[in-house]
Structures are given as structure tokens and as C-alpha cells.
Design a protein around this ligand. Structure first.
Ligand code: HAM
Length: 431
């Protein structure tokens, strides 16, 4: 039989894996709070133009990776391929630019890119990211990197490399582009088709090409000349990183796939991720707010892929929070018992206990087997006889001790936090 399958490039996050996701998200929220970031949630789709204008018309994302569709009124909408443009849209829509405080926001959720799926690369993937709007200070570029490293450290990922570069600004970018065209012009015919197109429109992207025929020519390129202002900024970023003892490599070929970056660009990579080795990417984008018709407000941010963080944790055999086991399983037979069971479960769950029962009308023996599979600490057996007397047989599954308990006292018998051991039972008897 063939069932429906999740669409190519998407996947289910099953209960066995979700503990890691919750662990990563909980850690990230805790760390973001330490740096005074607040959570924002934006829609999963936006006007298409938001992305074409911000991410840039020569980027792979805009050229070939967006999930774009028309709604019933013919408006062009796109599933968000990343979060930065959405945060900037929201920042302006809610006039957060009017405050004189820094705006520090973080977000988490699914992003969508029509990429060729491979290990660590999906069409629906999840990012956790942060954006800080309102300052040009290089201290914040370094703080972004340190925030990322702090977060990965706390998650338990330490074998990571930070790569930083300066991609220049509106003043020096045209010069860098010209420099590149000069260096690569003689080899244009030997570059891949994508890079041939990039040569005119955005030659910086050629540095990012992973194809060996292009790398052969880009590998030997001299460091590109950025302007004085970008140079000073980049030096300051490195000074701040040194002050925090953060190891980093300057990689003069690091350019990002999104076109909004100015000055600092960075990536955090892991040797254990395979070809898609970036767990995190980010940088400064001082012109993006203006590009979106807003005032001249500089900003810096980063995002990391949760799937890639999960992959690395799994390689370390970490599983996150263990599957929480049931405190009580109610094994009952008959209508009267099920009425009592549903009311008792309601009371116990409201009291904070994990409780479940059988709803398939199976035999007591089959229900005891389920209780075992679910790891229930206690089982309350309620046959017809017990139901009539408003009692149940409470069995401690670890010790095997079974006692008759009035239903009105089950909650008391299972006080949360009470360990499920014979000693604890003996202690309870004494009371
Ligand atoms: P990005 O480098 O495109 O940057 O994505 C950031 C991270 O998301 C990557 O390092 C990777 O871990 C993950 N990622 C990207 N694409 C995929 C995919 N197809 N499958 C799985 N994981 C993926 C941005 O998105 C920028 N908005 C980051 C930023 C925020 N810059 C400034 N602020």
C-alpha cells in the first residue's frame, strides 16, 4: 500500500526527536533573554516584493528558490525564505524606528526555499534568529557572534569555527566589484554558467561558488580592498571578539547568499555537517531599512538552522529531554468504570499528573500490557465490582505492591514528585 508522503524536502519531526528541538529552543530563549532580546512572530507568507527587494534580484533565493503563489485576488505572495526581511517589515509597520532605544528581536520558525534537498538541506527548514536594529557600533556585530557561540556552547556544541569577513559598503562595493571583474575577466569563459551570469550582475557571488572549475580561479585572488570606514569597523569587530576570547578566522572569500549585507559578514561552521557546513550565518545590513522605504537605520543579525543543530547533537548521541513517562494508567472495564475514570483523570491532570486510560474496550490483560509499554509508574485497576464500590486497585508497577484505594484518595496517593519506590510507599504508610 502506498500512503501520502511528506513533500520532497520536508519532514515530520517525530516525538522521539522533539525533545532535542525543545531543548534547543528553550536554551535559545533563555540566552536571548540574557542579551535583552524579545521574541517576535511574523506571518509565514509576505508580499513577494518584500523579498525580491531585500534579498536581492541576483540572489539564488530570488532567482530560483522562492515558493511564490497568487492568492484568490491575484496578489503575489511568497512563503518566507528567511526572517530578516520579515522583521524589518514589521519594525517599520509598527514604527519601532520612532524609539531611540535599540530594537532587539528574536524569532523562530519554519522558512521555505526550493533548494535541491540533501543532507542538512531542506525545502522547509527551521531557523532561530536575532536582529538588532538601531546602531552602527561594531560592538554589536561582535556581540551577535558571541551570542551565537554562547548559545551553541550551552546547547553542547563546541567544535565550531567562526569565519568573519567584511563585504564592504555602498562606497567600496563598486570598487570591489570592478577589482573582481579585472581579476576574473580573463577566465570568464572557464567559469560555470551561474558565475558567468554573476560576473556582470554581482561578481562577489563568484567567490561563494562551490564548483571546482570556479574555485580554481577564485582560490588565488588577493584580498579585496575595502574603504577606510569599513576597514576600521572590521578591525574594531575583531578587537571586540579578541576581548571576549572568541576564536575566529578572517576569510576574505566569505560572501553571503543574501544581498543586503554591508560590512561584517560571518558564518559559524562545523566540520561534522558535510557539504552544508554552516550552522549559522549573519552580518550587518545597514542599508536594508532604507531599501524598504524606511529611515537610515543600521542593523545586524544572524540566524541558525535548527535541523543542523539537531544533526550535530544526534552525532554526539544526545537525545534531549527523555520521553516523560506516565504517572498513572487507568485500566478499567465497563461503562460505570469509564465514567469514574474520565472524572478521575480530569482531576489528576488538573493536579499536574500525566494520566491515560484505554478507550478501545480491550481486556484488562491487554490494558496492563499497554501500561507497561507506556512506562506507567502506577496502574489503577477498575473492574465492575470496584466501580460499584467507588474504589480501585492501585498497583505500584515497580514493586508490584497492590492496594485497594478509594477513588477519592487516588490523587492524594499519587502526590506529584513522590518517587515510585517501595521505601516511598512505606514512608507513605507511616504517615
Ligand atoms: P542564511 O545563511 O541563508 O541566512 O541561513 C542561516 C542558516 O539557516 C544557515 O546557516 C543554515 O544553518 C540554515 N539554513 C539555510 N538554508 C537551509 C536549508 N535549505 N535547509 C536547512 N537549513 C538551512 C539567513 O537566512 C539570514 N536571514 C541570517 C541573518 C539574520 N542575517 C542577518 N540577520
Amino acid at each position: 500500500m502506498t500512503f501520502f508522503q511528506a513533500p520532497r524536502g520536508t519532514r515530520d519531526i517525530m516525538p522521539g526527536e522533539i525533545g532535542l528541538w525543545q531543548y534547543i529552543e528553550d536554551t535559545a530563549v533563555r540566552i536571548f533573554e540574557l542579551y535583552n532580546y524579545h521574541e517576535i512572530r511574523t506571518p509565514l507568507f509576505e508580499q513577494t516584493e518584500l523579498f525580491t527587494r531585500s534579498i536581492g534580484s541576483t540572489s539564488d533565493i530570488v532567482e530560483k528558490e522562492m515558493y511564490t503563489f497568487s492568492d484568490r485576488k491575484g496578489r503575489s505572495l511568497t512563503l518566507r525564505p528567511e526572517g530578516t526581511a520579515c522583521v524589518v517589515r514589521s519594525f517599520l509597520e509598527h514604527r519601532l524606528d520612532k524609539t531611540d532605544l535599540l530594537t532587539k528581536l528574536f524569532y523562530r520558525g519554519p522558512m521555505f526555499r526550493y533548494e535541491r534537498p540533501q543532507l542538512g538541506r531542506f525545502r522547509q527548514f527551521h531557523q532561530i534568529g536575532a536582529e538588532c536594529l538601531g546602531s552602527r557600533n561594531p560592538m554589536l556585530d561582535s556581540e551577535m557572534i558571541s551570542l551565537g557561540i554562547h548559545l551553541f556552547d550551552d546547547i553542547g556544541l563546541s567544535d565550531l569555527t567562526v569565519k568573519v569577513n567584511s563585504v564592504g559598503c555602498a562606497v567600496c562595493r563598486p570598487v570591489i566589484r570592478e577589482q573582481l571583474r579585472e581579476f576574473l575577466g580573463d577566465h570568464l569563459e572557464k567559469l560555470c554558467d551561474d558565475c558567468k551570469r554573476r560576473f556582470d550582475k554581482n561578481p562577489l557571488r563568484i567567490l561563494d561558488c562551490k564548483k571546482p572549475e570556479c574555485q580554481k580561479y577564485t582560490a588565488g585572488l588577493p584580498t579585496l580592498t575595502i574603504c577606510q570606514d569599513c576597514g576600521d569597523h572590521f578591525n574594531a569587530v575583531q578587537e571586540y571578539l579578541d576581548a571576549m576570547n572568541i576564536n575566529f578566522e578572517v576569510d576574505s572569500h566569505l560572501v553571503r547568499g543574501l544581498e543586503y549585507y554591508t560590512k561584517t559578514a560571518f558564518e559559524i561552521i562545523s566540520p561534522d555537517l558535510g557539504a552544508q557546513n554552516a550552522i549559522c550565518g549573519g552580518g550587518r545590513y545597514d542599508k536594508l531599512v532604507e531599501t524598504m522605504d524606511g529611515p537610515n537605520i543600521p542593523a545586524v543579525g544572524f540566524a541558525f538552522g535548527i535541523e543542523r543543530a539537531v544533526m550535530l547533537l544526534q552525532q554526539l548521541s544526545l537525545t534531549g529531554k527523555p520521553y516523560e513517562e506516565l504517572t498513572l494508567y487507568i485500566a478499567g472495564t465497563g461503562h460505570q468504570a469509564s465514567i469514574q475514570a474520565i472524572s478521575l483523570m480530569d482531576e489528576l491532570r488538573r493536579g499536574g499528573l500525566r494520566v491515560d486510560t484505554d478507550t478501545a474496550g480491550r481486556s484488562l490483560k491487554a490494558q496492563m500490557k499497554s501500561a507497561n509499554k507506556l512506562g506507567a509508574k502506577y496502574v489503577l485497576i477498575m473492574g465492575e465490582g470496584e466501580a460499584e464500590k467507588q474504589v480501585g486497585q492501585l498497583k505500584n508497577m515497580q514493586s508490584g505492591v497492590q492496594e485497594t484505594v478509594p477513588l477519592s484518595q487516588v490523587a492524594q496517593a499519587l502526590l506529584p514528585g513522590l518517587p515510585c519506590t517501595e521505601e516511598a510507599d512505606a514512608e507513605k504508610d507511616k504517615r
